[in-house]
Design a protein around this ligand. Structure first.
Ligand code: ZN
Length: 257
């Protein structure tokens, strides 16, 4: 098993180092949150292509088959049955954000902090007007995550799909949070505020972060000044009516903001 993972990692490293990718401070995103909210869960972008744009980030899979978290060059699929597996390059995504992470600021948090206190640290050390990549490694006193469940056609809107999501709670768990702070003006494109995913250190559990408290940890932040948004070519996207009317209510309900 170790040999398989080592081989896959080597394959990813080869892909992400290909010439033409932007290695510095670019955030790359495929599709938009507004399309995902409407039930557009079928993308044409493979993880092999996504990895050319970054090896760190979050997202989901076609048919909404779980949560994605990527860091240190590895991509993981966290499924609603609680399983975790390494993503295969040929898998497809309808929505993901990635970058090549190089922290600009490292903050050690050595006292117990709740979610709001960590959010305040992030807000103090980043701009509300930039996208910021976030990595938080630590020992979590509590962690509650959710994982969306694979959907079949006709796809329901995300708010309905999320009503059946699986929620998991952990206590005294080590692991890594990966995510982004998104500006309010990007509503419709992303999830304004913090959007975070978690993977336990033993790589056996995780998901989209709903709530947590931290005993101690290491917070790393990277401001992103370039935003590369790739929009779907599918008729489903091109011909759909995307409206911001219910976006903020729906995204808050679905993402737990
Ligand atoms: Zn998420």
């Amino acid at each position: 098993m170790d040999g398989v993972i080592a081989t896959l990692t080597a394959a990813w490293k080869h892909l992400v180092r290909r010439e033409g990718a932007q290695p510095d401070t670019e955030l790359f995103q495929t599709s938009i949150m507004g399309a995902l909210l409407q039930g557009q869960y079928e993308g044409s972008m493979s993880y092999a292509t996504l990895a050319l744009h970054g090896d760190f980030g979050i997202g989901t899979f076609n048919d909404l088959d779980g949560e994605m978290i990527a860091f240190d060059g590895r991509f993981y699929q966290l499924r609603s049955d609680g399983s975790v597996r390494t993503v295969e390059p040929k898998q497809l995504t309808p929505f993901a954000l990635v970058t090549f992470f190089k922290p600009a600021e490292v903050i050690n948090i050595d006292s117990e902090s709740d979610q709001a206190a960590v959010a305040t640290r992030i807000e103090q050390s980043s701009s509300a007007n930039l996208f910021t990549a976030i990595k938080l490694e630590g020992h979590f006193r509590k962690m509650t995550t959710r994982t969306v469940e694979v959907q079949s056609k006709p796809f329901p809107p995300l708010i309905e799909a999320a009503a059946h999501e699986k929620t998991l709670s952990f206590s005294q768990i080590e692991g890594t949070i990966i995510g982004f702070r998104t500006p309010a003006y990007a509503q419709g494109i992303g999830v304004p505020g913090l959007h975070l995913h978690f993977l336990s250190r033993d790589e056996r559990s995780g998901g989209h972060v709903l709530s947590y408290s931290l005993d101690s940890g290491n917070l790393q932040l990277m401001p992103l000044h370039t935003f590369h948004l790739e929009l779907p070519i599918a008729a489903e996207f091109v011909g759909s009516t995307l409206s911001l009317d219910s976006f903020s209510k729906d995204v808050k309900e679905v993402e737990g903001g």
